[in-house]
Ligand binder design. Sequence first.
Ligand SMILES: C[S@@+](CC[C@H](N)C(=O)[O-])C[C@H]1O[C@@H](n2cnc3c(N)ncnc32)[C@H](O)[C@@H]1O
Length: 207
Amino acid sequence: MLRSNPVFELYDRVRTRKAVRRWQLGERTGPAPARLKQGLLTDTAKRHGLRHLVETGTFLGGMIRAQLPYFDRIDSIELDADLAHMARWRFRNRPSVAIHAGDSATVLPRLLAHLGEPALFWLDAHYSGGVTARATAETPVLAEIRLVLMHAFGARHVVLVDDARCFDGSHDYPTLEDVRKLVSQVRSEHIILVEDDVIRIHAPLEA
Ligand SMILES: C[S@@+](CC[C@H](N)C(=O)[O-])C[C@H]1O[C@@H](n2cnc3c(N)ncnc32)[C@H](O)[C@@H]1O
């Protein structure tokens, strides 16, 4: 298979490194390169001592694949039944990975009800055109953030939300101001940062 070809792997590494460099030297508008976001998740989990990843929006499982070495447990929620089926097949030999089919607006509360430790949340469930699914709303992200922050471990969960550039009040997205308001109501001690097209929400780290 092409992916396990060492020449392809080298080409892929060089190409992704170039894409990250271009983004870092450029104006940082539009979607950030996947490699950059993968590194952000890995670094954030290490810094906060988190070994459990919860993702909304699985798609092809690219983020799961990148995070496999760094987490003891990965739960991912996908609305599209075919994508969920494919991801289950892709990770069939990885007992640490569970793919949950359904709308994250209903599956996430069920998952949280059984979550017994602080986790890193990668909130990325949204309609993205093509084969991706669309629930009644294009994104359930504001409700997801509220649920995570109000959870029993809400003070210690870390939330990363993709596509910060979309938070302009259109296509069912809240504005960044809406997110700030929610965080200050639910977890007033938390900090909220926007960098590289990702919104980060967590308690301040002790020095
Ligand atoms: C941008 S892709 C996710 C990419 C993936 N998280 C990654 O980093 O590789 C968004 C995915 O969310 C799914 N989706 C859309 N609305 C959803 C919802 N309400 N609940 C769960 N998944 C949803 C889409 O079908 C699509 O596969």
